[in-house]
Ligand binder design. Structure first.
Ligand SMILES: NC(=O)c1ccc[n+]([C@@H]2O[C@H](COP(=O)([O-])OP(=O)(O)OC[C@H]3O[C@@H](n4cnc5c(N)ncnc54)[C@H](O)[C@@H]3O)[C@@H](O)[C@H]2O)c1
Length: 334
């Protein structure tokens, strides 16, 4: 049932969150493939907006068809104007407030951006006859489920963070908009995505920055927790495959399916750089999940999704990028 990429190159793709980590990698891939990409991002200061503007510069520097509005997904007039002007058939909606722990401090913002913002995108997509909205969900929707590996068939899931709850709500909206309006909606549950130009608030970048600066990094449960680390190129491949397959309402896990212990990731980073991050062991935050583990058989079967970058290869790639950015650190190989 493997599906080829049948995304039309004549219609532009509306890509929200295009200045962010996953968004700009997705945009770069689509532009390189000859797609027209219209981006929307408010470049907020959840982390340093300079990083986002740099990502946009990178996209603007590519040969291809890319434009971006700096604005908010909750701005109905703006979103409506963008649909009216560009007439996208496909929307890839990645804009969100994305921090699990940060969502405890500002649940109102997380609900507003993630739920109301997604509803605005869905509404405008329907009003302007778009065919398909693909949107980012997360492994955080699984909360502390005891069904492992995590499967999309587990319908009793209970998120344990406001972030996870907001994302599960967007899935329900996607299902509802498909039922009521007939628009195709696809929710993609990403599992701990990492890679070059990654999000600085995530563990992987915290560890690398600590290797660089010596600053303390909180070390959850002394490294005794597991993540289904998934390399950015595999995630982008999954997003594009899903976008090419409108099929009513669908939910897919996009992970690797092989959880790796945080402590082992730290050891691999040590081996690659010959340096140690400055670790401060702390208990597991209440909103964190001990182990994430994706069952990816549905994405494999329906989308032909087949993650190909092992954690070892992914870590080598991210360390190589980081050392290029910070020549004062060297990889062991250099
Ligand atoms: N990185 C991961 O491991 C991971 C895991 C699971 C799910 N996700 C989801 O994937 C998507 C992309 O995540 P990311 O890691 O690239 O995060 P990111 O923060 O780098 O990207 C999100 C982008 O959305 C933009 N944005 C936020 N609020 C907005 C608003 N109101 N209007 C317009 N733009 C807005 C931000 O400025 C940012 O550029 C998010 O929906 C996130 O929840 C990410």
């Amino acid at each position: 049932m493997d599906q080829q990429n049948t995304l039309s190159k004549s219609d532009p793709i509306l890509l929200t969150g295009c200045a962010g980590f996953i968004g700009h990698h997705t945009a770069a891939h689509l532009i390189a493939q000859g797609h027209r990409v219209v981006g929307l991002d408010n470049c907020n200061n959840y982390y340093d907006p300079k990083i986002k503007h740099k990502n946009l510069e990178l996209l603007r520097g590519m040969k291809g068809d890319f434009s971006c509005e700096i604005g908010d997904i909750r701005d109905t007039a703006l979103v409506s104007r963008m649909f009216k002007t560009h007439k996208p058939a496909t929307v890839i909606h990645l804009a969100a407030m994305a921090g699990v722990r940060a969502s405890i401090d500002d649940p109102t913002l997380y609900t507003d951006v993630n739920v109301t913002g997604t509803m605005n995108i869905l509404n405008q997509a329907v009003l302007h006859d778009a065919q398909h909205v693909v949107f980012a969900s997360t492994s955080a929707v699984y909360g502390n489920t005891t069904t492992i590996p995590f499967t999309e068939d587990d319908i009793g899931i209970m998120p344990v963070s406001p972030y996870g709850a907001s994302k599960l709500a967007t899935e329900h909206l996607g299902s509802c908009w498909n039922y009521v309006h007939g628009i195709n909606t696809t929710a993609l549950r990403f599992f701990t995505v990492y890679g070059p130009r990654g999000r600085p608030d995530m563990m992987m970048l915290h560890l690398l920055n600590s290797i660089l600066t010596g600053n303390e990094v909180p070390y959850h449960n002394g490294g005794e927790m597991y993540r289904d680390w998934t390399y950015i190129a595999d995630i982008v491949d999954g997003i594009v495959r899903a976008a090419a397959r409108p099929d009513g309402f669908q939910v897919y896990n996009l992970g690797r399916g092989e959880p790796v212990r945080l402590g082992d990731v730290v050891e691999m980073l040590r081996a690659l750089t010959d340096r140690s991050p400055n670790l401060r062991p702390i208990p597991m935050p209440k909103v964190d999940i001990f182990k994430t583990h994706a069952d990816i058989s549905r994405a494999r079967t329906h989308l032909g999704y087949a993650p190909s970058v092992s954690v070892t290869e992914g870590l080598e790639a991210i360390v190589e990028w980081f050392c290029r950015e910070h020549p004062e650190i060297k990889t062991k190989a250099s």
